[in-house]
Ligand binder design. Structure first.
Ligand SMILES: [Zn+2]
Length: 284
């Protein structure tokens, strides 16, 4: 007797297979991230497509939001001005963190964003960045959220690295809580799923431990971030590590580690989108 598969079941099956593929590739990265002598593998050794077809994410729009900007430190009057943040006002943007050696967060986030964007584009996605270079000012947090909303993004990731206590190590993902103006209720559930998928894929690709100095199991839920409060599409923050921690800083400043981090970021977003179902917006 033939077994009939309903379209809805097919979507689920495709999703499960996609997650298994991502998990498998994550494991392969973990196993091949360094050779037997411990030397880092050059970025070029990591395939940008990682087994996904050039149309795997066709029709999907992804917004990547590299935190801060290279010109912020010279533009206090602009970045300190209050902007709407979802029921309260908050400063437009901040300068961001840096390692003890002086590698700034804005440079790290821009580098990682470009690497992840290239991978996601190689899988057919339309990728929009919230800033075109690392020499400008802002944009403000409300504008960053607006870019995701008006792009009709299926997923938005704000990319950061923390400036926490020196003894604290590891990465974490920030998912939205209900904002004070209660206007982001519709994105809480899908954003939570995006956070979980991203946490798994990023940890697998990098070997980076979950943050041991805040949150719970590499996750925090916050209602004080304008970028999450003002989003009307699924969105999370990825805090890739603690720039003030010696071990995390050694990774963040290593281009080969950043290549693995970009793979983890891209794989997490890819797995989320393939499981969430059909495209939410056509490419424009
Ligand atoms: Zn930041």
């Amino acid at each position: 007797m033939p077994v009939w598969i309903r379209p809805s079941m097919l979507v689920q099956i495709v999703g499960v297979v996609a997650v298994a593929l991502v998990a498998g590739f994550g494991l392969r990265f973990a196993l091949t991230g360094s050779d037997q002598h411990g030397a880092p593998v050059p970025a070029a050794a990591v395939s940008p497509t990682a087994g996904f077809s050039a149309t795997a994410l066709a029709g999907r729009t992804i917004v990547l939001d590299p935190g801060h900007n290279g010109g912020n430190s010279r533009a206090g009057a602009i970045i300190n001005r209050p902007v709407p943040a979802g029921g309260f006002d908050k400063e437009c943007d901040t300068v961001g963190a840096e390692t003890d050696g002086g590698y700034p967060e804005h440079a790290f986030t821009f580098d990682l964003t470009q690497r992840a964007a290239a991978i996601l584009r190689s899988r057919g996605a339309r990728v929009v960045l919230t800033r075109p270079d690392d020499a400008g000012v802002g944009p403000c947090v409300d504008e960053r959220a607006r870019i995701g909303n008006s792009a009709g993004a299926a997923a938005v990731v704000s990319i950061h690295a923390d400036g926490g206590p020196a003894e604290g190590r590891g990465f974490h993902v920030i998912a939205p809580a209900l904002s004070p103006d209660r206007a982001n209720a519709a994105i809480l559930a899908p954003s939570s799923r995006l956070a979980a998928t991203l946490r798994s894929a990023f940890g697998r690709a990098t070997g980076q431990p979950l943050a041991d100095y805040l949150g719970k199991e590499g996750m925090t839920i916050r209602s004080d971030l304008g970028g999450l409060n003002l989003s009307r599409v699924p969105k999370v923050f990825l805090e890739c590590g603690n720039m003030r921690n010696r071990a995390d800083a050694a990774e963040i400043t290593d281009p080969a580690w950043r290549a693995r981090a970009a793979s983890g970021l891209a794989d997490g977003v890819t797995a989320f989108l393939l499981v969430e179902g059909s495209p939410s917006s056509p490419p424009r």
